[in-house]
Design a protein around this ligand. Structure first.
Ligand code: ZN
Ligand code: ZN
Length: 132
């Protein structure tokens, strides 16, 4: 007799790797266990401590193109019209750039350092304009 019929959860199966909680990830930069619940954003996609991210694309539903999983390091800060700060990340494996909203508990010191750091590479600065 199979009276207990549990609803299937396909979503968890797709992302289920190694028994990690779905809402946590471990930072590849500083090994901090990071919760995805971030103040000020719907989805945290980088470490609040060192701002390192992973090259996986969660923002576009159904887009599985970005399975690179390379380490993405923060290159610089960009400020949008509304005064919204974004971090520019670049993947160390494939070189792809992306811009990400800053979360409310991101490390202010690291952010300030990034904002003050001039971009050494003009080519990257040019590509950033395309990303934004
Ligand atoms: Zn980190
Ligand atoms: Zn990549």
């Amino acid at each position: 007799m199979k009276a207990n019929r549990r609803p299937q959860r396909h979503k968890d199966v797709l992302h289920g790797q190694g028994g990690h909680r779905a809402n946590d990830f471990r930072c590849v930069g500083c090994r901090l266990d990071v919760s995805l619940d971030a103040p000020g954003t719907a989805h945290r996609n980088h470490c609040p401590n060192c701002l390192t991210s992973l090259h996986v694309d969660r923002r576009v539903p159904g887009d599985r193109a970005a399975t690179c999983r390379g380490r993405m390091e923060a290159l610089g800060i960009s400020v949008r019209d509304a005064g919204e700060w974004t971090i520019i990340h670049q993947c160390l494996s494939c070189g792809e750039l992306s811009s990400n909203r800053i979360a409310g508990d991101d490390n202010a010191l690291v952010l300030a350092r990034l904002a003050l750091r001039p971009l050494r590479d003009n080519n990257i600065a040019h590509r950033m304009l395309i990303v934004l």
